[in-house]
Design a protein around this ligand. Structure first.
Ligand code: PRP
Length: 287
């Protein structure tokens, strides 16, 4: 595998589907069979490694994997209090969640001082408590954290929240968020020159896919006297194309907008006299 770039991804869990989707949209073709833990790309010198999320930061830091897609929550937890050789390369915008304190709904917790906190993120919680100068004890548990207040193991928990359904199902209420997280692309700091070249290609393509997620191609017609005002409203567009129309007072404006287009934006365009406003999805953007 000396000159083949390895990309580690979660083998199952919240990041899996979107990680695979991103790799495929980046033009890295591969197929997997059953529970194979390694997939070889057939069009680029790249291998995909399917591993446990928790192992990803150390695999990348030690150079056993070159690139990886991991939750920022896991990256932080596994990198705290030690030296790592990892570069954060690109925020990927998916698997957004937060790490929050929560306690049973019928209990009021005013201060964490002296409390027992159960979590699968002991380093992150300890760092938070240290920064805030709070003296509390941290109980490390790998799963079913929500159960711990009910069996006397903890007073409160600190766990990942996404939709909030798990907390609700366990009659827990969120008290305070300590970390907002999303998927992130990371890279080993010391790649060889040959691997750096392949990694740069992958990173640029992934950036292109991520850029496209919020990008829209907007087309509309407007009075030629309104071009400047309308262009100011189009979010994140560099230099729109203005095309004359048969009606001499009218032009068509086409723009790549690299920020979300909300209904409010369209309504503002309409108020400036824009008509036939089309907003279309964009598949890839290479800036
Ligand atoms: C996390 C967390 C909760 C759940 C919260 O588990 O531990 O159980 O997600 O999500 P919700 O707010 O949408 O209900 P995850 O699925 O990441 O697996 P884990 O138990 O391995 O952490």
């Amino acid at each position: 595998m000396k000159n083949r770039l390895t990309i580690a991804v979660q083998k199952k869990g919240r990041l899996f589907d979107q990680s695979i989707d991103l790799i495929k949209k980046s033009g890295i073709n591969f197929s997997t069979k059953g529970d194979n833990l390694l997939a070889k790309s057939n069009n680029l010198p790249i291998d995909i490694l399917f591993v446990r999320s928790d192992d990803i930061p150390s695999l990348v830091s030690n150079g056993d994997a070159d690139l990886a897609i991991v939750g920022e929550n896991v990256l932080l937890e596994k990198s705290l209090f030690k030296r790592t050789y990892i570069d954060k390369v690109l925020y990927l915008g998916f698997s957004r969640c937060r790490l929050s304190f929560a306690c049973p709904e019928n209990i009021n917790i005013r201060s964490f001082k002296g409390k027992k906190i159960a979590t699968s993120y002991p380093n992150t919680v300890k760092k938070y408590l240290k920064d805030k100068n709070i003296n509390a004890s941290v109980v490390n548990i790998h799963g079913s954290v929500e159960l711990t207040p009910y069996i006397g193991m903890s007073d409160l928990i600190c766990d990942l929240v996404s939709s909030g359904a798990t907390l609700e199902a366990n009659n827990l209420k969120e008290i305070e968020t300590i970390l907002e997280s999303q998927a992130i692309l990371i890279k080993n700091k010391n790649l060889s020159t040959a691997k750096t070249k392949i990694a740069e290609k992958v990173i640029s393509r992934m950036q292109g896919v991520v850029n496209a997620i919020e990008s829209k191609y907007v087309m509309l017609n407007a009075d030629s006297s309104k071009v400047q005002e309308i262009c100011k409203i189009l979010p994140g567009s560099e230099s729109p194309t203005v095309i004359p129309l048969e009606n001499e007072n009218k032009v068509a404006i086409h723009a790549l907008c690299q920020e979300p287009i909300f209904w409010e934006t369209m309504e503002k365009l309409k108020a400036k006299g824009a008509s036939s406003i089309l907003v279309m999805p964009v598949e890839k953007v290479l800036n």
